[in-house]
Design a protein. Sequence first.
Length: 212
Amino acid sequence: MKQAPAIVSYIETDLAIDDLANSAWQRADPICVTKYWSGEAAPRERHFEARLLWSDTHFYARFDAEQHEELIVAPEPDLTQKTNELWERDVCEIFLAPDRTKPTRYFEFEVAPTGEWIDLAIEIIGDVRRTDHEYASQMEAAATIGDSKVTMAMRVPFSTLGTTPKHGDAWLGNIFRCVGSGPTRGYLSWRPTRTERPSFHVPEAFGEIEFR
């Protein structure tokens, strides 16, 4: 059975990325992520929601995550540049493949509870994954840490994604969260990749991301 797409809701006016309380976010249907990459159910204390928006110029994503354990974050975050290996700590991520005929070419965007971020351009050729660490998307990120939740958001200009969608277009991609440390570290996935070991880089598992 075909799975429902993630819906990206249109907004006429761009948002400041740190305006996390803006009512425009409520236009986006929440995408609830409740499973690990393996397909196993994750505990409720690790669930998160993603909300996706788009304007004429930008793609937006906001993640609202349950947080009931110690944060795994940098003690002195640097928000002035991308943070390499951010995926080794707590993050939410989205992969976007704008050309659905080439799902092995996609972009990776991550944001941490500290507001740290990283953007990468990926291409998988056979068994080789090539990563462009110099890719510069001009993404912006923001985050807040609450008592039992963390909220993280990002926006990326379409000009650095190579295309601007139209209403009704559908890209491919996936949405993830890494949380915790050690043997209990959790790897949540909107579309489970079902690999033997935790891995997000599985284009075959990508779902549709539809612009409305």
